[in-house]
Design a protein around this ligand. Structure first.
Ligand SMILES: CC(C)(COP(=O)(O)OP(=O)(O)OC[C@H]1O[C@@H](n2cnc3c(N)ncnc32)[C@H](O)[C@@H]1OP(=O)(O)O)[C@@H](O)C(=O)NCCC(=O)NCCS
Length: 177
């Protein structure tokens, strides 16, 4: 569990971040997939400084209806490769409490099934603890075996299933005391 560090988006990692986002965006365009975390795709990365600023705004000045949220990129230290990203929502509003949870994550297509999602959640739990989140809610589509296992690998306890937009989402909680 020590291959990764979670870093905030920064100009210092421009090349590595763009390498990941471009690979992943190409994959998303050609596969029916869950573009998670949405925060890395819903911005225009062709202007990188603006891209960085939008992450900062989500954290300090979120849009109405959104809670402050921080997106971290997962850097494999030894390989100097960004392998995924994870967004931490600072607290739950009604929508997040119903289904979204504290965290949204994803691993770039070429780096899946190597344990990175499991490790990203492990590191995110430590950040959540520092933020005072002592119970972390996380959800996944019931058919998303990789996501479900990465949650269970981190001690996730199943709470309930909710239906949303023709999908069934499973809600889990992780004790983070
Ligand atoms: C879901 C996702 C994050 C999993 O990332 P990952 O790095 O491949 O996950 P891990 O390597 O930590 O795998 C966790 C477990 O699930 C298994 N697994 C991963 N993907 C799987 C798949 N497609 N089918 C079956 N098992 C899978 C792994 O073998 C591992 O099993 P183990 O714990 O028994 O060893 C990744 O596939 C992804 O980014 N998908 C698109 C975005 C998404 O769905 N995000 C989650 C939103 S809720």
């Amino acid at each position: 569990m020590d291959r990764l560090i979670l870093i905030k988006p920064s100009i210092a990692y421009k090349e590595q971040i763009l390498d990941m986002v471009k690979e992943w965006a190409h994959y998303n365009a050609t596969h029916p997939t869950d573009p998670s975390p949405r925060s890395i795709f819903n911005k225009d990365y062709s202007n990188f400084e603006k891209y960085l600023d939008e992450f900062k705004q989500e954290e300090i000045n979120p849009q109405p209806g959104f809670v402050p949220a921080t997106t971290y990129f997962a850097l494999d230290k030894e390989r100097d490769v960004i392998v995924g990203a994870i967004q931490i929502r600072h607290f739950l509003n009604e929508h997040l409490r119903n289904s979204g949870g504290h965290i949204g994550d994803g691993v770039r297509p070429s780096e899946r099934r190597k344990g990175y999602a499991t490790e990203m959640i492990h590191h995110a739990l430590k950040i959540c603890k520092e933020m005072g989140i002592d119970r972390m809610m996380i959800s996944c589509n019931e058919s998303n075996i990789g996501s479900k296992k990465s949650i269970l690998n981190n001690g996730g306890i199943f709470e309930r299933t909710v239906s949303e937009d023709d999908e069934k989402l499973e809600i889990y909680w992780i004790d983070n005391k």
